[in-house]
Design a protein around this ligand. Structure first.
Ligand code: NAD
Length: 264
């Protein structure tokens, strides 16, 4: 029988108190999934995320904590969801951080933090969630990588390394699950206007002495042939598609959504 909605499916979206992860959580909730939110934030931000992701189609989402710079937190997160909500059918690794610095000044502390959140946490959540998916012979692992998984731009050593690594991890998990009902894919956005990018635009505006709007337009125009930011809801739409039966044989891809950037 084709599973046309996500009703009855449990989805964990890491990093869903903000930005792309929140948009994905909202979309999966609209698709009927039982959504588990995760991420950092003040109580008010977490409550706002829960409200935003609450849909008539599925139960009210629950929030789970855990600072992913600590490897044990990633494993505990999956265990807590499994114990309190149920086995995870859809795992979206969206938590991510950025640090911008020339390589000669890049601190080991920041390198380790970026690798821990962007890559090691995904390795650990997948490792912990996969057995239950394989047991039920259905699952979706979707890693939010980046076009930075394909090339390197100056001053983003840890971010590019983590996203290249995340694409490699995606391909390996896809290979290991190829003969099962579990798929593993990555989505590789270009610039998406979220708090993570707003901080970079603010730095650019301060550096160039221009407004936030001007700095944002210059940033996106310089790299997206479309001249447009990707919207978080568009990334969420692609994640939703990857959860449908039509995507059963989409395996191990890094699907870019970047205003035509990689096509140049
Ligand atoms: P964001 O800053 O809006 O959200 C990041 C989320 O990760 C938040 O929920 C935050 O609480 C969580 N998080 C951060 N550090 C954490 C930690 N130590 N422990 C647990 N949770 C933590 O960022 P975003 O733009 O929505 O980015 C989401 C993902 O998309 C990231 O993996 C990012 O690399 C990727 N991405 C973003 C863009 C973009 O232009 N915004 C482009 C390509 C890829």
């Amino acid at each position: 029988m084709l599973h046309t909605s996500l009703e009855g499916r449990v989805a964990l979206v890491t990093g869903s108190t903000s930005g792309i992860g929140l948009a994905i959580a909202q979309r999966l909730a609209q698709d009927g999934a039982t959504v588990c939110l995760h991420g950092l934030g003040e109580a008010a931000q977490i409550e706002a995320a829960i409200s935003a992701a609450t849909s008539q189609m599925g139960p009210r989402p629950r929030h789970f904590g855990g600072n992913l710079t600590e490897p044990a937190a990633a494993t505990s997160l999956v265990e807590e969801v499994e114990e309190t909500v149920g086995s995870i059918d859809i795992l979206v690794n969206s938590a991510g951080i950025q640090h911008v610095s020339p390589i000669t000044e890049f601190s080991l502390e920041r390198w380790n933090a970026v690798l821990a959140v962007n890559l090691t946490a995904a390795f650990l959540t997948i490792q912990r969630a996969l057995p239950a998916m394989l047991k039920r012979n259905w699952g979706r692992v979707i890693n939010i990588a980046s076009v930075s998984g394909y090339f390197g731009v100056p001053h983003k050593a840890a971010y590019a390394a983590s996203k290249h690594g995340l694409l490699g991890l995606t391909k390996v998990v896809s290979s290991e699950t190829a003969r099962t009902g579990v798929t593993c894919n990555a989505v590789c956005p270009g610039w998406v206007l979220t708090p993570l990018v707003e901080r970079q635009i603010e730095a650019r505006a301060a550096r160039d002495g221009v407004s936030f709007e001007t700095a944002g337009t210059e940033l996106v125009s310089a790299s997206h042939p479309s001249g447009q930011f990707v919207k978080p809801e568009q990334v969420a739409g692609l994640v939703s598609f990857l959860c449908t039966p039509d995507a059963d044989e989409v395996r191990g891809v890094g699907w870019n959504m970047d205003g035509g950037r990689l096509a140049r």
